[in-house]
Design a binder for this molecule. Sequence first.
Ligand code: SAM
Length: 269
Amino acid sequence: MDETSIKEQVRESYARAARRVTGGKDGCCGTAAPCGNPITSNLYADSEQAGLPAEAVAASLGCGNPTALADLRPGETVLDLGSGGGIDVLLSARRVAPGGRAYGLDMTDEMLELARENQRKSGVGNVDFLKGEIENIPLPENSVDVIISNCVINLSGDKDRVLAEAFRVLRPGGRLAVSDVVVRGEVPREIRRSVELWIGCVAGALDESDYRAKLSRPGFKAIEIEPTRIYYAKDARKFFADANIELEKIAPLVDGKFMSAFIRARKPL
Ligand SMILES: C[S@@+](CC[C@H](N)C(=O)[O-])C[C@H]1O[C@@H](n2cnc3c(N)ncnc32)[C@H](O)[C@@H]1O
C-alpha cells in the first residue's frame, strides 16, 4: 500500500469512529473502540475523566496517557499530533495554564469537529485544533515546548518525515513525549502483519531499535522507550479465532512482543 492509500484508509476509519461517537450509535459501551479493547481501555484515571465531556472520553482511541507521563509546566506550548476527539489536548491545556496553550493537529474533519465540540463543552479556552497532517506540521520552527501524541505515529507511512517535522517545530530544549505501539524482538512477517491489523497499526509499528534510529536521525537526544502495557496472544484471542489462526501455534511467536510504550526524547539546546 502506498502512502496516499494508507492515509485515505486511516482518514476513513477515524471519520467513522468520530461519527460513531457523535451519532451515539456505536455497538458497545458508548466508545469509538470495540468493547473491552485491551489497548484503548482504562487509560485515564477517574480524576482525569471528571470534568471532561463524555464524548471526549468516548472518542479516546490512544494506547497510553502521554499527558500523565509528560512533564508539562504552566506557560508552555504543547502540540498533540493526531489529536482525535481532543482528550489529551484538553488535559494538557489545563496543565499549561495559566499562560500556556495546547494545539491539537488532525487531518480528519469529523474528528476536528468532535474535538471542537468537546472543547466548547469543557469550557477550556487555551486550545486550538488545527487541520493538517503530522508529516507537514502547520506551525513555525522552534515554536513548541512539548510534543505529545497518542498512538498516531504508528499509523504514518512516513515516520521519518513525522519525526523530522516534530524536531523542526520544537524549540531547542523542547521535549517529545509520545505513546505508541512498539515491537520488541523478532516476529515472523506474516504474523506481525496480522497482529498489527488487530492493534490497528495500519502502516506498521516500529521495532524498538528502529524507533531509536529514526529519532536520532533529525537530532533527538536522551531517547527513552519505556513499556506501559505489554500484549499477549490471549489479548487477541477473538481476533485470531476470526482470522482462522490457531492461537496455540502463534502464541510463542507474539507473546509479549508488542507493547504500548512511552517514548521520550529531547531537542538539544
Ligand atoms: C488512534 S487515533 C488517536 C486519537 C487521539 N490521539 C486519542 O488518543 O484518542 C488517531 C488520530 O490521528 C489522526 N491521524 C492519523 N494519521 C494522521 C496524519 N498523518 N496526520 C494527521 N492526523 C492523523 C486520525 O484522524 C485520528 O484522529
